[in-house]
Design a protein around this ligand. Structure first.
Ligand code: NAD
Length: 249
C-alpha cells in the first residue's frame, strides 16, 4: 500500500474528485480526515475503514484554525474545494469574482497556513492543490473568474513549493480537463435550461471539447493525487500536473 502510516486531510471530500480521493487514499493505507461543508454528503464515507469525517466550511477562517488544532500534524493536505463560476468578463458579477477568489484561492491559502507549521515541525509533507486546465494553461470560454482563480492556484503552488523546498515540503497542483462529477452534471442541467436546449446536446458539447471523446473520471484524478501524496513522487514539486484527456494537445 502506497500511503501506509500517512495521515491525510481532504477538503470537499463529500462528492466528486475529493470523495474518490478519500476512498483511494484510505485504500492505500492512509488515515484520512475527509471534510466537506455538507455533512450529509460525508455520511456514506464515515463507515469506510481509515476515514474520519468532519464538517468544514473552507470559507470560515476560524473553523479552519480550530480544525488544524484538533487534527494536529498531517502528512498530506489535499486542497480540493473549488467552485465554477460561469461567464465572460462582462457577464461576471462582483459576487462571482469574490466567491471564486475566496473559495478557490483564499481558502487554500488559509488551509495551508493552518496546517503547514505542524508539517514543518515533523520534517515534511505533501500539499496538493486543485487547479484546472482552465487557468494560466488555457483560456476556456465563459470561465473568466474561474480561470483567473485557478491561475492564482498555480502561482500559489509554485510559491509554496519554492519557499519550503529545503524543509521537506512538496507542493503540486492538479490541472484536470473535464471530469464527470455531480457539479458538472448540475452545470449541464443549468446550461440546458438557460439555453433552452436538450440536456444531451449540452452534454455532447462537453464531450466534443475532449479529444479522447469522453470525460475524465474522479477516480482517474484520485490516482494522480495518490502519486503526488506518496513518497514515490519525492522528486516532484512545484509542478502543474495536467490530466485532461488531451485537451491541451
Ligand atoms: P463537485 O464540484 O461536484 O463537489 C464540490 C464539493 O465541494 C461538494 O461536496 C461541496 O459540498 C463542497 N463544497 C462547496 N463549498 C464548500 C465550502 N465552502 N467548504 C467546503 N466544501 C465545500 O466536485 P468536483 O467537480 O470533483 O470538483 C472538485 C475540485 O476539482 C474543484 O476545485 C474544481 O474546481 C476542480 N475541478 C473540477 C473539474 C471538473 O470537471 N469536475 C475540472 C477541473 C477542476
Amino acid at each position: 500500500m502506497r500511503l501506509e502510516r500517512k495521515k491525510a486531510l481532504i477538503t470537499a471530500a463529500g462528492q466528486g474528485i475529493g470523495r474518490a480521493t478519500a476512498l483511494r487514499f484510505a485504500a492505500e493505507g492512509a488515515q484520512v480526515v475527509a471534510t466537506d461543508i455538507n455533512p450529509a454528503s460525508l455520511e456514506a464515507l464515515s463507515s469506510t475503514p481509515g476515514i474520519t469525517t468532519l464538517t468544514l466550511d473552507v470559507l470560515d477562517p476560524a473553523a479552519i484554525n480550530e480544525l488544524a488544532e484538533k487534527v494536529g500534524a498531517i502528512d498530506i493536505l489535499f486542497n480540493c474545494a473549488g467552485f465554477v463560476a460561469s461567464g465572460s468578463l462582462l457577464d461576471g458579477t462582483d459576487a462571482d469574482w469574490e466567491l471564486s477568489l475566496s473559495l478557490n484561492v483564499m481558502a487554500m491559502v488559509r488551509m495551508t497556513r493552518a496546517f503547514l507549521p505542524a508539517m514543518l515541525d515533523q520534517g515534511g509533507g505533501s500539499i496538493i492543490n486543485m487547479a484546472s486546465v482552465a487557468s494560466s494553461l488555457k483560456g476556456v470560454p465563459n470561465r473568466c473568474a474561474y480561470g483567473t482563480s485557478k491561475a492564482a492556484v498555480l502561482g500559489l503552488t509554485k510559491s509554496i513549493a519554492s519557499d519550503y523546498i529545503g524543509r521537506g515540503i512538496r507542493c503540486n497542483a492538479i490541472c484536470p480537463g473535464t471530469v464527470d462529477s455531480p457539479s458538472l452534471r448540475q452545470r449541464i442541467d443549468e446550461q440546458a435550461l438557460q439555453q433552452g436546449r436538450p440536456r444531451d446536446d449540452v452534454y455532447a458539447d462537453f464531450i466534443a471539447r475532449q479529444p479522447q471523446g469522453r470525460l475524465g473520471t474522479p477516480e482517474e484524478i484520485a490516482a494522480l493525487a495518490t502519486y503526488l501524496a506518496a513518497d514515490e513522487s519525492a522528486y516532484t514539486t512545484g509542478t502543474a500536473q495536467i490530466i485532461d484527456g488531451g485537451w491541451l494537445v
